[in-house]
Design a protein around this ligand. Sequence first.
Ligand SMILES: Cc1cc2nc3c(=O)[nH]c(=O)nc-3n(C[C@H](O)[C@H](O)[C@H](O)COP(=O)(O)OP(=O)(O)OC[C@H]3O[C@@H](n4cnc5c(N)ncnc54)[C@H](O)[C@@H]3O)c2cc1C
Length: 547
Amino acid sequence: MVAPDFETHEVGNQVPPRTGVNLYVSDPVLAALVEDLPPPVVDSLTQHGAQWGSAEMADLARLANTVLPHLKTHDANGRRVDLVEFHPAYHALMRRSVGAGLHASIWDAVGDESSVRAVARGARIYMTAQVELGHLGPLSLTSATVASLGHSQPLAEAWLPLLRSRRYDSRPVPTGQKTGALIGFATTEKQGGSDLRASSTRADSMGDGTFRLVGHKWFVSAPMSDALLVLAQTLEGLSLFLVPRFQADGKRNPLKLMRLKDKLGTRSNAVAEIELPGSIGVMVGEPGRGVSTIAETVTLLRVDDALAAAGVARAALAEAVHVVRHRRAFGSPLIDQALMTRVLADMALDVTAATALVFRLAEAVDHSQDNPAEAAFARLMTPVVKYWVTKIAPAIVIEAMECAGGNAYVEDSLLARLTRDVLALPLADGPGNVLSLDVLRVLRRSPEPLDAVLKVIEDGLGSAARSTLNVLRAATAVALADEGSARILTEQLAMTVAAAALRRRFPSVIADAFLETRLGKPWRSTYGMLDARFDARAFVDYVVPRM
Ligand SMILES: Cc1cc2nc3c(=O)[nH]c(=O)nc-3n(C[C@H](O)[C@H](O)[C@H](O)COP(=O)(O)OP(=O)(O)OC[C@H]3O[C@@H](n4cnc5c(N)ncnc54)[C@H](O)[C@@H]3O)c2cc1C
C-alpha cells in the first residue's frame, strides 16, 4: 500500500473517478432485458449510454446541483415576472433529454421503436437517472400529462405538436412563439396531497368556455412549464384544468410563484409553491371527473418513478463496486474480502430484480393497447412496482455509501447526491400506504388483474409457483379483509413477480438466490444475508463487470 507522500503530494490507495463508462455497454442486466428490441433501437440505447456515461454529463449534473435554481418574482421595474432562473448546466441536461424524447417518445416514437416505446424510453430514463435525477421531473410530468390532455380533443390538437417537438425551448413566451413546450401537474395543496377531495382551489365559469381559478398549490415540480394541469373545485365537483402561462391574447396568465422549496434532494430542479389569483384555465375532460381524468397520468408518473429508482440503485451499486475494486484494506482489495463481496452480491440481487421488474412493467405498458391481460397486469403491478422499487432503492444507495467509505459522505461523491435525490421517489406520486390502498382498489374492482399477475408468476416460475400462488391468494384475501395488512401483500406481489421476471431473462441461479433469500426465509432488512451456497463474487462480476 502506498502512503501519502507529502513532498510529491502523490496519494495512495484512493480510487480513480468512474467516468467515461458507457451506461448501456457496461450493464449486462439492462442488455439482457432489452435484447429482443430491434437492433436500431439497441444502437440508439448504446449511444444514449455513451453520451450519459461521459465525463461531460457528469460535470453538467454536478454543476446543475451546485448552483441552485433561483426565484425571480419581479423585474427591475417592479412588474411581476414569476420566473425561475436555472444554471446553464440544467438547461444543457434538459436540451439533451428533450432531444432524446424523454418527454414525449412514449406517444410518438416511430419506425422500429413504435411497438416498444415504453421499454425503449424506459431504458433511457433508467440510464439518465443514473447521472441526474432532478431534471427528469419536468420531462416525466410532460410525458404523463399527455394522457390527461387526450380527454380534450381541441386541447390535444393545440398542444401536441409543441409537446412532441424535440427542441427544448425554455423561453417564457406565448405558445405561438415557441418551438417546444413542457407541461406540469399541480394537485397537492397545503391541507392535503393524498386526499384530493380536500382540494380548496375553486374554478368559476367565465361563460366563454374558460374558467377563473382562485387558490394555491403546494408542490409544483415544473414551475417553468408552458402550462400546468390543475385540479380545482367546480359546482360538479373536482375537475381538471389546463392553465397556460400565457393567455390566448398573448398576455401573461396571472399565476404567482410564491417560494421555491428548500429541498433535501433533486436540487437541480425547482419545486414551487404557487398561488392562482384568478388564473384563466380551460377544463380538461368531464366536469366533476378530475380525479379519473388524471388517473392515467398518475400511473405513468409511477412507472417513471420506478424506472428512475432502479437506475439510481444501479448507479449506486456500480459506484460501490468500482470503489471496492480499487481500494485496499487489511492487505488486500476490499472486493476480495468475504463480507464485502457478500454484501455487494446481496445488493446486486435486489438491483437485478428491481430492474427486471420495472422492465416487465414497461413491457406490459407497451402491450396494454391490444392485450387485455397485459393491461390488467399493468393496472395491478404499477402501484406494486412503484412501491417496492422506490422503497428498496434508498436502502441500496445507503449501503453503497457504506461500502465506499467516508469519501461517499462528501459532496464530491456521486453517492452523496444519489442518497439525497433517491428519497424523493418513494414520496412523490403516491407514498407507500397510498399505493397499497390502490392495490386493494384494483383488486376490489375486478378479478382480472390478480388473475393476470398470477398467470405471469406461474409462467415464470413453473412448478415452483404452486405454493407461492396459494400464499399470494391467501395474502390477498387477508388484505381485502384487513386493510392494515396491504403492505404485506404488495411486497409479496412485487418480489414474486420480480422472481418470475428474473427467471425469464437471467441465469437460473440468480432467480434461485432471490427466491430463497427473499421469499423462502423470514423477513430480512439489511444486506449481506446471502449464504455461502451462492457464489457471491460471480454475482457481483456478472452484474457489474470490470470494464
Ligand atoms: C420532490 C417532490 C416533488 C413533488 N412534485 C409535485 C408536483 O409536481 N405536483 C403535485 O401536485 N405534487 C407534488 N408533490 C407532492 C406529492 O405528490 C405529495 O407530497 C404526496 O402526494 C403526498 O401528499 P402529502 O405530502 O400531502 O402527504 P399526506 O397526504 O398528508 O400523507 C402523509 C402520509 O400519510 C399516508 N396516508 C395518506 N392517506 C392514508 C390512509 N388512508 N391510510 C394510511 N396512510 C395514509 C401517506 O402514505 C403518507 O405516508 C411533490 C413532492 C415531492 C417530495
